[in-house]
Design a protein around this ligand. Structure first.
Ligand code: HEC
Ligand code: HEC
Ligand code: HEC
Ligand code: HEC
Length: 340
């Protein structure tokens, strides 16, 4: 080893330790989640946990409203979803959604002028679809959201546009021909935890029903959908799921066999339903709003903003650490579901 290589070596060591420290400054804590010896352990950093806890405080509910009396459908001019509520319940929902979605802008974010029946603002048309979507989640996706349920706040957190929405990726711009065409790879993507996995798995799984299973179930190679490329797509989805929930792979899998359900943890089943739910929300509620969103709200390829695991979870294993806001807002609950 000459002096130069030694110097280079020292620099490398320095560089690597700077990187490692940059990732996760100690202390970290581990929590055992599976049987002893399976390595099913969660790794947490108390600092990050403290930040997440502060960001996941739930606003106090407003007092419950009277359910009797004439319905909103008969008392107002242009009510299509909340028509089954009493006038008091209806008004309570308007006040609540204002505080969850547009606290700064107020009622005027969705209502133009004094005519509250007017539908000319796109935000009101989107909000009506959102009311249907929220009821649909609480009524028909109990195998994912359980009785915890969701409200507008789960995704919006006081913002008109939720922090985590996604669009189809136009792909990196690069030279065509021999030098081009990385197949979306080796370009660390934010959708996949900054790994170099294919960086846009969302359309494939959160709109289309792309194949996820990759572990061979028979000894012969060449079964369809189990190529290395297919495996990389699956891993990119798994990276997104782990990132969105702030957990590692062993939260759901026993890494002895990623495929086997018998040794996986119960949350993996919840996650399986979650993948289908996200697809249902995008196809059933967001995509039908294509003609409603103004151009500035569309992605580089002209598609509508869409939902991923991160839209609700925002870095936590259960949105808002499992606090149920839906129980305080039966107006948005299952009993009132009215489909799409
Ligand atoms: C995030 C969007 C949004 C905000 C903010 C909002 N509304 Fe609404 N409002 C709607 C939607 C959507 C409807 C129609 C609901 C339906 O069709 O079931 C509606 C309907 C109404 C109606 C019924 C009008 C009619 O005759 O048809 C009234 C009254 C009303 N809102 C009052 C309010 C008040 C007061 C506020 C502020 C405290 C408010 N809204 C804030 C979205 C919003
Ligand atoms: C599962 C997550 C989710 C829930 C729950 C949800 N939203 Fe949304 N919302 C979205 C997404 C995604 C968009 C599209 C973001 C964009 O407009 O760029 C959106 C957009 C909107 C917009 C349009 C904002 C704009 O300026 O473009 C309004 C208004 C809105 N939601 C109201 C509501 C209301 C009211 C509720 C509750 C009844 C609700 N949302 C529940 C995910 C959600
Ligand atoms: C929140 C739960 C969850 C987390 C975290 C998770 N997975 Fe998965 N994983 C699933 C589910 C659910 C499926 C099955 C999906 C389906 O078939 O629709 C799956 C499927 C897989 C498969 C395909 C298995 C087969 O049958 O061929 C592999 C490989 C895999 N995961 C690897 C990983 C890796 C690596 C990580 C960490 C980066 C990870 N998973 C994190 C829930 C999870
Ligand atoms: C519409 C909002 C929403 C979306 C989108 C969403 N989740 Fe959830 N998820 C929830 C709620 C609410 C719970 C809490 C249910 C409960 O209390 O048991 C939950 C619970 C879970 C759990 C169970 C955690 C545990 O410890 O029991 C897993 C795993 C999970 N989600 C994975 C996912 C994955 C993976 C995706 C994306 C494919 C996803 N979720 C998308 C709302 C959502």
């Amino acid at each position: 080893m000459n002096a130069n290589t030694r110097r280079l070596g020292a620099l490398l060591v320095l560089g690597v330790s700077a990187l490692v420290v940059g990732c996760e400054r100690p202390p970290t804590e581990t929590v055992q989640r599976g049987y002893r010896g399976t390595g099913m352990v969660g790794v947490y950093n108390p600092r990050t946990v403290a930040d997440l806890q502060a960001a996941n405080k739930v606003p106090d509910p407003t007092p419950a409203a009277e359910s009797g009396g004439p319905s909103a459908g008969t008392q107002f001019k242009n009510v299509k979803v909340l028509n089954d509520l009493s006038v008091a319940e209806f008004t309570r929902v308007m006040v609540a959604i204002t505080s969850w979605v547009s606290p700064k802008e107020g009622c005027a974010y969705c209502h133009k002028g004094a005519d509250l029946a007017d539908d000319s603002m796109y935000t009101k048309v989107v909000a009506r679809k959102m009311l249907q979507m929220t009821r649909h989640i609480n009524a028909d996706w109990k195998n994912h959201v359980a009785d915890t349920g969701v409200t507008c706040y789960t995704c919006h957190r006081g913002n008109p546009v939720p922090a985590n929405v996604w669009y189809d990726d136009p792909g990196a711009r690069m030279a065509k021909g021999f030098a081009g065409g990385l197949g979306d790879q080796n370009m660390p993507g934010t959708k996949v935890g900054l790994t170099a996995m294919p960086n846009d798995p969302f359309g494939r799984y959160f709109v289309k029903d792309g194949p996820i299973r990759v572990v061979a179930t028979e000894p012969l190679p060449g079964a369809p959908g189990k190529s290395i490329q297919q495996t990389e797509w699956t891993y990119s989805l798994m990276m997104h799921m782990s990132e969105s929930l702030g957990v590692n792979c062993t939260y759901c899998h026993n890494s002895r066999s990623f495929a086997e359900w018998g040794t996986s943890s119960p949350p993996r089943t919840t996650a399986w339903h979650g993948i289908r739910m996200v697809r249902d929300l995008n196809v059933g509620f967001l995509e039908p709003l294509s003609g409603v969103f103004p151009k500035e709200e569309l992605g580089p390829k002209g598609d509508v903003p869409k939902v991923s695991c991160a839209t609700c979870h925002q870095g936590v294993y259960k949105p808002l650490y499992g606090a149920s806001m839906a129980k305080d807002y039966p107006e948005l609950g299952g009993a009132h579901a009215s489909g799409k």
